[in-house]
Design a protein around this ligand. Sequence first.
Ligand code: TTP
Ligand code: MG
Length: 399
Amino acid sequence: MKLDIASQKQLLSEHILHVDMDAFFVSVERRGNPALKNKPVIVGGLGNRGVVASASYEARRFGVHAAMPIGRARRICPHATFLAPDIEAYRRESRAIFRIFGFFTPLVEEASLDEAFLDVSGARRLFGDAANIAHLIRRRIETERQLPASVGIATNKLVAKIASRAAKPDGVFAVAAGRENEFLAPLAVNQLWGVGSVAVNALQRLGVGTIGDLAAIPSVTLERAFGRNQGQYLHAMANGRDDSPLVIERIPKSIGTERTFETDIHHDDRVGTELLAMADYVAARLRKERFWARTITLKCRLSNFQTLTRATTVPSGANGVSAIYGIVHDSYRRLDLASPQIRLLGVTASGLKLGKPSRQLGFETEPDWDALMQVTDAVRARFGGDSLKLARLLRARSP
Ligand code: TTP
Ligand code: MG
């Protein structure tokens, strides 16, 4: 392949690293207990219904693998050391490892506790090519954290991730630009993203076992069998093409809205309607970005410019209109304003975190707010933010 144009070179060069810690939980445990070195070690739930979370490579030789019931692991590898997980210790370790990644590039996607994608295009001037950066990262993790990591290097995330598996344990595997097909061809199709047992069976019926088999099938054939989007996606992946960008978490400090009224408002009922509209707006934005807020703040400015704020902590996180409205409305009532003259109201969500909250057990009689919000978000995404409104807001303006 010719690489004579600078931009093409940039695009096609191996600039994505996938770093994945080897037997992560086990390695952390082993570091604190050298007697476990080179021995079969299994970390997992030790109760009757527990499963293996992480198995040392010595234990894997006996067939032990992640998600295997612990009882079965005990039968096939009885001489292994079995340990209960210490999640807090793994989290601390994870943070230390991600700090090391951040030293090389700000472009880090946190794929899980023990794995990350790094875009090192901008780091090469300082640290040498991708292979050199992989070497430096592994050495720092080894000297500072005494843990083994493996690194896959490629032109894109898909191939880098598969390459890191090929690098394990404690190694580096680089797939040169233009050699993706060659690298992927002998591997089983389930190594590709999103190809689970259903797709594997369907592909088997087409005579496809390896990624090479899949790459040889024309895109149109796959489109007929799996639909246009999925067919094209499978075809691209099988040929080592993947243009998915790194997903880099940038968590804002807060998401909020406020409104100054043309004339001061006096009625509690009107205040409620305004707060509901703002809660709805904030909640929709939180969900759009997949955030949960641990703090909800009401701001209320009176006609004399006195500004009152009330922050409420929600340890489990909130992202729904009912929860946010409930909090700010309650805060407002507790201000206990005798004859309110309100100039401005504001609702802000802060202490944001990404992903699922720690769920509270629901009461069965409550409506399924999650499902309702999903539907609301979907309708609004399709028909616009004003297409679906809470009945009470039908006459109110959006904030
Ligand atoms: P993995 O990176 O999938 O596994 P690993 O690090 O133990 O081994 P490998 O060398 O193959 O990368 O997962 C990272 C950690 O996440 C792992 O140590 C334990 C935890 N984990 C679970 O708790 N449950 C699971 O089902 C899996 C797959 C992992
Ligand atoms: Mg790992």
